[in-house]
Design a protein around this ligand. Sequence first.
Ligand SMILES: Cc1ncc(COP(=O)(O)O)c(C=O)c1O
Length: 376
Amino acid sequence: MSKLFQNYKRSSIEFVKAEGHNLFDNQGKKYLDFSSGIGVTNLGFNQAVLNQVQEQLQQIWHTPNLYQNSLQEEVAQKLIGDRDYLAFFCNSGAESNEAAIKLARKYTGKTDIISFQNSFHGRTYGAMSATGQTKIQAGFEHLLPGFSYAVYNDLASVKELISDKTAAVMLELVQGEGGVVPADVQFVKALSQLCQEKDILLIVDEVQTGIGRTGSLFAFEQYDIEPDIFTLAKGLANGLPIGAMIGKRKLSSAFGYGSHGTTFGGNKLVLSAASCVLDQMAAEGFLSSVQANALYLKEASEQKLGGLTNVSAIRGLGFLLGIQTSKNLDETVQAARDRGLIILTAGQDVIRLLPPITVSPSEIDQALAVLQDVFA
Ligand SMILES: Cc1ncc(COP(=O)(O)O)c(C=O)c1O
């Protein structure tokens, strides 16, 4: 009998080896990975990351945040470039959102955060309170006070919730867990402007959309906005546990000595992986090739699956693609797995594809052949 809490619905197979974009289970069966963990191994099982981490392991893998950490400075520089932001490193997406919520409250001296129905920001109390899904929150009351949930892509509903206590609005640019729903560009631009007019901070949760996933390093670049705070995790260290909260320099007065911290966050091993990930993404032509291949995945999916009676919509941004379907999701995931393809679900009725962003057109063809068979 398992000695683990049964808080995950686990498949009976176990992956024991990985190579590039493929996984191998303990029976030696090979799978094409169109999940990247859950949007984590964005570069697949990458030799350069492996080499870098092995090299760092030989030097030193942990130092406390009481000493200089040039790798944190290096990764912050690669993330921020010429923009006027500062970074804080932690261990996960939820932690990066906790940091964002704490910073927003302390800087503004206000308590309230507006997020969105159907959003997902993580499982800790702050992040869960920001998550607009009762099924995630049920049984864990009391949640943090001060959170309310606007309708996604509806500016009027945000306006209705704004008060003189509003510190920040927090949003995903594609609701990933909530069903792969992209935000409208006009909505996001108007929201950003509204926040500026009302002196409300805009927090963008890029935990799933960031690090090349949507075709740009950060999704907000495609929306032509500059959030006051944005958060990262998942793909940043390609599978090693990391989170980052990036905030405008003007907010730094609220995060002085002793205001916030972490034991493990930003350790050298994880940061060495992040540095290598960001170098690969900055290489000339890398992101344009991601964009081209993601477009190919979308167009080929529309062509091959779009006309099926059990598929009602195909939507997403870059390599975060959702196929809305009337088919049973668990059975669909299982049928794909039986045919050697690993996929995910999102929301109530969406199959979610999160392949490594380095996936090739021929691997996309291979995945779509399986999906055609499964959906037929
Ligand atoms: C948008 C978003 N925010 C936050 C999180 C939470 O990240 P973590 O599981 O690393 O705490 C997730 C995880 O799926 C996410 O998709």
